[in-house]
Design a protein around this ligand. Structure first.
Ligand SMILES: Cc1cc2nc3c(=O)[nH]c(=O)nc-3n(C[C@H](O)[C@H](O)[C@H](O)COP(=O)(O)OP(=O)(O)OC[C@H]3O[C@@H](n4cnc5c(N)ncnc54)[C@H](O)[C@@H]3O)c2cc1C
Length: 405
């Protein structure tokens, strides 16, 4: 049996590698030619993800052990740990390494190719591909994986799942610049991740400055406004203001990129449709609260791989129903792996970012940051923002979640 994986981001590349390592015949199709192209992710991950998810060490650009938050008034708060709390990855190098590993496991890798369409039949799928020279090719495969990220090119976002209608897809839009500094002007940003929160910085969103190797900095902003919100200041001018306010506007810009982060709050969309199964951002594994999805994309690939291997090992005449049944476990297993706090974090993201546009929103966030500075240490903050452990702050967060404050 053959599996075709559309998209070689973290989810698709990792899944292809896992399948091929167990003898499944895999074709991985990626529209990009170069892994460094469109490397839009700011790529912060918590420290334990490096080992737990076998993140290639070559992709680690810097490690950090401090949190630095600037509240709506511009007041700075810091939390430091004795130990590393996380890493900033070079997203292009991460992709390059994952591609390399997939190829080494025997994956057929078509880079510069696009998946144009899929026709699902009871026992196979026909996939139309467009090559770099403009030629079309059709492949007949057993299963197709939609790993095309936020575009959900094959599964689409409006799936006919009953529960999905009660759910909501949120969109975040980000831009990021890579700056070249020197020892002096990057010193203040080293060893920590810095966030700027409040409507004076970024209405409906947040800004960040992350350290990278070679005295480089990633500076970006992301905004998650309510749908159809009009008249918003362009992201580029917000980013320039962030640079000016931090005296970084004189540094040379090595790269400018942007991207979309998109997820449903409850992740209730169908994960399997005909002979297509989704993985990564295509099935809403990007977390909207922290704008973070790399590790969840890798997790989703790890959860899906054994199920697809099982389906592929069944005899060719096994019924379609039997095949589907194995894959239907995917949605439940992934939800269990992401944990019960996931939905809560989605609701909190909507409340936080949609409400952050005026003084009231600023006051609410300001008092929360202030409360955290009194009650939490650096490790607590990591548990809160990476593991979504809100319950420890129950009485503070509950009114915030319910909109009472
Ligand atoms: C501004 C911004 C900042 C972010 N910061 C962080 C962060 O700090 N930490 C973090 O963990 N996450 C971050 N993320 C999110 C993270 O990048 C994603 O969640 C993660 O990359 C998802 O992986 P994926 O493999 O599901 O999708 P993607 O990485 O989006 O990969 C999808 C791939 O599919 C390819 N593709 C699309 N359509 C086709 C087609 N038709 N045919 C062939 N190929 C196709 C694309 O070229 C792409 O390579 C950020 C995202 C944005 C936008």
């Amino acid at each position: 049996m053959t599996v075709l994986v559309a998209g070689a981001g973290p989810a698709g590349a990792r899944l292809a590698q896992r399948l091929a390592s167990k003898g499944v015949s895999v074709t991985l199709v990626e529209r990009l030619v170069d892994a460094q192209q469109d490397a839009f992710s700011s790529a912060v991950v918590p420290i334990q993800a490096l080992a737990d998810l076998c993140i290639p060490v070559e992709s680690i650009s810097a490690r950090w052990h401090g949190w630095q938050l600037f509240d709506p008034e511009g007041t700075k708060y810091q939390w430091w740990s004795q130990n590393d709390l996380g890493a900033v990855l070079d997203f292009g190098t991460l992709r390059q390494q994952l591609w390399q590993r997939a190829i080494e496991e025997g994956v057929e890798f078509l880079r510069g190719w696009r998946v144009k369409s899929v026709l699902s039949f009871p026992d196979w799928a026909d996939v139309e591909l467009l090559g770099p020279d403009g030629t079309f090719q059709t492949r007949r495969v057993s299963w197709v994986v939609d790993a095309t990220g936020h575009s959900r090119f094959l599964l689409g976002s409006s799936l006919p799942s009953k529960a999905f209608r009660a759910d909501m897809v949120l969109d975040g839009f980000g831009v990021e610049w890579i700056l070249q500094g020197d020892k002096q002007n990057t010193d203040f940003w080293r060893d920590r991740v810095s966030f700027f929160m409040g409507s004076q910085w970024v209405p409906y969103g947040y800004g960040w400055i992350f350290p990278m190797a070679g005295d480089q900095l990633k500076v970006g902003i992301c905004r998650l406004p309510p749908p159809l919100k009009r008249g918003l200041e362009p992201l580029g001018s917000l980013l320039k203001r962030l640079l000016v306010r931090n005296q970084l506007d004189g540094l040379s810009v090595l790269d400018r990129h942007g991207g979309v982060i998109r997820s449903s709050i409850r992740r209730s969309e169908a994960h399997v449709k005909g002979r297509v199964v989704g993985v990564g951002d295509a099935v809403s594994t990007a977390n909207l609260l922290g704008g973070e999805g790399i590790r969840h994309a890798l997790v989703s690939a790890d959860v899906l791989a054994p199920l697809l291997i099982e389906v592929c090992s069944q005899p060719l005449d096994a019924s379609d129903r039997k095949n589907k049944k194995a894959l239907l476990h995917f949605e439940r297993r992934l939800s269990r792996r992401l944990g019960w706090r996931w939905n809560l974090s989605g609701r909190l993201a909507k409340r936080t970012w949609w409400g952050l546009y005026d003084q009231k929103g600023d006051r609410r966030l300001g008092s929360l940051i202030n409360a955290l500075s009194e009650s939490a240490n650096a490790e607590d903050l990591s548990r809160l923002l990476f593991d979504y452990r809100f319950e420890r702050y129950g009485f503070r967060f509950l009114p915030y979640l319910m909109g009472w404050r």
